[in-house]
Each structure stands twice: as structure tokens, then as C-alpha cells.
Ligand binder design. Structure first.
Ligand SMILES: Cc1cc2nc3c(=O)[nH]c(=O)nc-3n(C[C@H](O)[C@H](O)[C@H](O)COP(=O)(O)OP(=O)(O)OC[C@H]3O[C@@H](n4cnc5c(N)ncnc54)[C@H](O)[C@@H]3O)c2cc1C
Length: 416
């Protein structure tokens, strides 16, 4: 079945579960299909957190409805970009390194399943001043967990990567086994795999539950309804809009901007293996080498300002272009005049600490929330999905670091 055929738009007043019977008969694994018109779990949002939650629920033999307002990996979703870095360095936050190690294997397996290069082993370089604490702490964690890495001092960095300008740089942490994920294609492949396992994957927008207690059914924008025993809202930057009282102050949604620079013809210095994925601690910038000939990616964030994921105009400003040019002139001088071949305006969904927000909704016993990707959540989707699925199935309380109460107490940014 072609992907575009699989993800069909729910139209008119046809209910998702009326479609269930049709979908169940169309798939090969009827055990995973909803029975009696009630799914075990409805996952709302088919971004990286939602698709992998659905995947793990399916592996546990549960019937799943996966709903997305615009479709998996659409242009406005935070997971809808072309590429995302996957790197193991997380300072002293060992949990995230462990989760990334596991997640990388899942991404590789997804690539094998769908026959597409979802993971690109380009290596990832984190660069900064000599003795930069996040680099030093990351190296300790990687050593403890047996993750291969190289420490590069200024001389080694300059010799290995002559295309990088060295101003303010004194150290590099290079992870040879990390790299770049094809984000949008990965999400679509994961959603398609869920569908093949019997999940009902639909394009429709769920309306948030009202009142208190157990939720049996959600209405949708098209006039349909979704019936399930449990519900997971994995709605990324839309979470504060869906649950403004609970999440309005806990998840902020700032603008993010990405540029793709065209390379001189025949110049492969900014493509793997010469250039890895990179993170620059001196300026909070990051990027990828030239992947699939789309250009050299530079992510450089504008000053923080609230961003509406539904209505914001996604065109970069002259100020942003000037900021990007000034940065590239310093760090990648040979690209100072490189043409901008593509731009992308997206958004983060940030918690104050950078920890994800995963918890049961306090007003509804069977509604879970999974979000707060905080600019680093993509790579971790497979591990987050497993974690959420386990919580939903066992009813366990989440770890303190992810709990709503912890986020309500507030904390300074500790995870990047
Ligand atoms: C520019 C940029 C660069 C980044 N770089 C990296 C990186 O290099 N590495 C990394 O690991 N992470 C990175 N991130 C972070 C990562 O992309 C996010 O943490 C992650 O994609 C968030 O996924 P999500 O599933 O929570 O949200 P989303 O991908 O936004 O998914 C939420 C989904 O919910 C759907 N939805 C919303 N409301 C409803 C509703 N009512 N009914 C049905 N569906 C609904 C939406 O349509 C959407 O598809 C980056 C983020 C940005 C913006």
C-alpha cells in the first residue's frame, strides 16, 4: 500500500471507529485492530512522541488509533523538518544518553524495515571553549556507558576540520557513531509501520476532553468521534493550546529557524565524511552536513518570542539572515557568501528545565500527556514512546523529572 493511500483523510461525519471495521479488514494483523468499536489506546498526535508510543503499544498487543490533525510529519509539526541530529552527549544527564543509545538501534531498525536511509552515520561534533563543562561532563558519561568518542584539543580540531573557523574554540567532542536522522521520512515510515500492524491512522483533529473523571470518547473537528479506554495527547507545541490551564505556563513555544546553504559545485568539504553533524556551544547553533544534496544546514535561533504553530508566517526575516551570515562568516568562513537555497521556520515546545513532560492529566484518570521535547526530543522518540506505553499499560507514576508537579515547581535549564 502506498503511504499516501494509507493515511487517508477522515471526511464528513464518518466516525473514526466506523472506519475501524474497514481498516481492520484491510490489515494483516487483526489482533491489533480495535474491537467492539473501542480502541485500547487512542494516541492523539503523530509526531515523533506519538508514532513511537503507538508503535510500542502495538508491540504489546494493544489496539491503537493514531490521529493527527494534519498527518504524520506535516510541515508545521516540530517533527516535520527534513533532518534532526542524533548524538549521545547529554552532559551528566545519563538517563538521556542511555535512552539515546537504545533509540539509535530503533531508528536503524526502522530504516531497515522501510528500506530508506533514516539514520545517516555522519558522526557528530560538539565544539566549545577549552574545559567547557557540558563537554567535560558528557565525556565522563560516555566513558561510563562505553560510548565511543574522541576528545579533540584546539590543534586536533583545527587539523581534522580545516573548514571550521577556530575563533573561541578550544575543545571538541566527536562521536563517530552518531549522525543525522531523516525526520519527516522517519515519522511517515513509523506511522506506516503502525498502520501495517493494525493501527488505525487517521487525519483529524481531536477536541480536548472536558469535565473530570474517565474519558470514554473524544469528538473531532470533522464531526467524528474516537472511543478508547485510554488516551495519550502527544501534541507537541499544540499542548498549551489544548490544555491552557494546566500547560499554558509549563510549555512555551518559541520560534526556530533553519537555513540551508548551497555549496560550491564539486566541493564535498561540508558533506560526510569530511563534515559531521555539529553543535557549537559558543553560540547555541547547530547543523548538519549536506544530506541528500539539500545544502549545509545551519540552525540559529532568533530572540525568543511566542510563536503560534497554527497561524505564524513561516518566512525568515532580514534580521535572521544577517545573524546567520555573521555567524557563518566566523565559523565556516568559506561559506560566507554561500547562497541560501532553502529556509525553514519551525518552533520548539520547551519546558523550563529541558526535561520532557510526561504525566497523567490530573483531571482525567485515563488521559496522558507526552510532550515538552525542548529542542532535543526527536532522536529520543523511540525511547519516549516505550516509556509512555509502559506507563499507560501499567498505570505507573512517571519519574519525578517528567512529572507535571516538578515542572510546576520550575527549574533552570539543565538538559540540552
Ligand atoms: C528547528 C528544530 C531543530 C531541532 N533539532 C533537533 C535535533 O537535532 N535533534 C533532536 O533530537 N531534536 C531536535 N529538535 C526537537 C524535536 O524536533 C522535537 O522535540 C520533537 O520533534 C517533538 O515531537 P512531538 O511529537 O512532541 O511534537 P510534533 O512533532 O509537533 O507532533 C505533535 C503532533 O500533534 C498533532 N496535533 C496537535 N494537536 C492535535 C489535535 N488536536 N488532534 C490531532 N493531532 C494534533 C500535530 O499535528 C503534530 O503532528 C528540533 C526542533 C526544532 C524545531
Amino acid at each position: 500500500m502506498k503511504r499516501r493511500d494509507m493515511i487517508r483523510t477522515a471526511v464528513g461525519a464518518a466516525t473514526v471507529l466506523a472506519a475501524a471495521a474497514e481498516a481492520a479488514s484491510a490489515v494483516q494483523t487483526p489482533t491489533a485492530a480495535a474491537s467492539n468499536g473501542i480502541a485500547d489506546v487512542a494516541v492523539i498526535g503523530a509526531g515523533v512522541f506519538g508514532v513511537w508510543t503507538a508503535e510500542h503499544l502495538l508491540r504489546a498487543g494493544r489496539s491503537v488509533v493514531l490521529l493527527d490533525a494534519w498527518g504524520p510529519g506535516h510541515s508545521r509539526a516540530t517533527s516535520g523538518g527534513e533532518t534532526r541530529l542524533i548524538r549521545m552527549s547529554y552532559g551528566a544527564n545519563e538517563l538521556y544518553t542511555r535512552w539515546t543509545i537504545r533509540a539509535l538501534e530503533e531508528w536503524k531498525a526502522l530504516g531497515r524495515d522501510c528500506g530508506e536511509p533514516i539514520f545517516n552515520r555522519t558522526g557528530v561534533l560538539r565544539m566549545g571553549p577549552a574545559g567547557f563543562p557540558y563537554i567535560t561532563e558528557s565525556e565522563k558519561t560516555l566513558k561510563t556507558l562505553g560510548v565511543p568518542f574522541e576528545h579533540l584539543d584546539a590543534a586536533a580540531l583545527a587539523q581534522r576540520f580545516p573548514q571550521i573557523g577556530m575563533e573561541q574554540l578550544g575543545a571538541g567532542l566527536f562521536e563517530p557513531d552518531s549522525g543525522v536522522l531523516l525526520a519527516r521520512r522517519g515519522i511517515q515510515a513509523a506511522a506506516e509501520r503502525c498502520s501495517k500492524q493494525g493501527a488505525i491512522v487517521r487525519v483529524d483533529a481531536a477536541l480536548p476532553p472536558t469535565g473530570r473523571g474517565e474519558v470514554r470518547e473524544l469528538s473531532t473537528a470533522s464531526g467524528a468521534s474516537v472511543r478508547a479506554r485510554q488516551f495519550v495527547f502527544a501534541c507537541g507545541p499544540w499542548l498549551p493550546k489544548l490544555f491552557p490551564e494546566l500547560l499554558g505556563k509549563l510549555i512555551t513555544v518559541p520560534r526556530a529557524e533553519v537555513f540551508f546553504l548551497g555549496l560550491p559545485g564539486g566541493d564535498r568539504r561540508f558533506a560526510a565524511p569530511d563534515m559531521p553533524g555539529w553543535i557549537d556551544e559558543t553560540s547555541d547553533t547547530y547543523g548538519t552536513p549536506d544530506i541528500e544534496y539539500r545544502g549545509f544546514k545551519v540552525g540559529i535561533d532568533p530572540p525568543r518570542a511566542p510563536f503560534d504553530p497554527d497561524t505564524a508566517v513561516r518566512v525568515v526575516s532580514e534580521e535572521s539572515i544577517a545573524r546567520m551570515r555573521a555567524y557563518v562568516r566566523k565559523r565556516f568562513p568559506s561559506l560566507a557568501e554561500a547562497p541560501i537555497v532553502e529556509t525553514r521556520v519551525c518552533q520548539y515546545e520547551e519546558t523550563a528545565s529541558g526535561d520532557f513532560l510526561i504525566d497523567r492529566h490530573p483531571d482525567f484518570g485515563n488521559v496522558w500527556i507526552a510532550g515538552g521535547g525542548s529542542g532535543h526530543g526527536f532522536k529520543l522518540g523511540p525511547s519516549v514512546g516505550q516509556y509512555v506505553a509502559e506507563r499507560v499499560l501499567r498505570g505507573d507514576a512517571p519519574d519525578t523529572r517528567f512529572a507535571i508537579a516538578t515542572h510546576q515547581r520550575g527549574a533552570r535549564r539543565a538538559v540540552d
